[in-house]
Design a protein around this ligand. Structure first.
Ligand code: AMP
Length: 111
C-alpha cells in the first residue's frame, strides 16, 4: 500500500485542500514552490502509464479539479501541472498524482 492510499484512508495526516468522491488534493510535504499541491484519484492507479482508457473521464476530472484549485489558490499569473511517470520520469510514489506548482517563475526545461 502506498503512502497516498494511507492519506486517502485518513491513516496518515495531510494538509487537504480539496476532496470529493473521486479525488483528493493536499499540499506536498516537500514543496518546490510557494504553492505545491498534489491531486490524486481515490482509485488506485499506479501511474499515468498504467491508467486504462476507461479512466479517461477520471483523468479529465483530475485536470478540471487542478484548474479550479489553481484559481482558488491565487495562481492567476500562471502555474505548472506535472505528472512524473516511471523511474526515468522521476516518479517516487506509485499512485498517480498531478503536481500543481506555482507562486514563482518556473524554469524550462525541467531537470
Ligand atoms: P513524484 O516524485 O512525482 O512521485 O512525487 C511524489 C511527491 O510526493 C513528492 O513531491 C513528495 O514530496 C510527495 N510526498 C511524499 N510523501 C508525502 C506525504 N506524506 N504528504 C505529502 N506529500 C508527500
Amino acid at each position: 500500500m502506498t503512502i497516498f492510499k494511507k492519506i486517502i484512508d485518513k491513516e496518515v495526516p495531510a494538509d487537504i485542500v480539496f476532496e470529493d468522491d473521486k479525488c483528493l488534493a493536499f499540499r506536498d510535504v516537500n514543496p518546490q514552490a510557494p504553492t505545491h499541491v498534489l491531486v490524486i484519484p481515490k482509485k488506485e492507479i499506479a501511474s499515468l502509464a498504467t491508467a486504462a482508457d476507461e479512466d479517461s473521464h477520471l483523468l479529465g476530472h483530475l485536470l478540471s479539479v487542478t484548474r479550479r484549485l489553481a484559481g482558488e489558490l491565487g495562481l492567476e499569473n500562471g502555474f505548472r501541472v506535472v505528472i512524473n511517470s516511471g523511474a526515468e520520469g522521476g516518479q517516487t510514489v506509485d499512485h498517480l498524482h498531478l503536481h500543481l506548482i506555482g507562486g514563482r517563475g518556473l524554469n524550462w526545461p525541467p531537470g
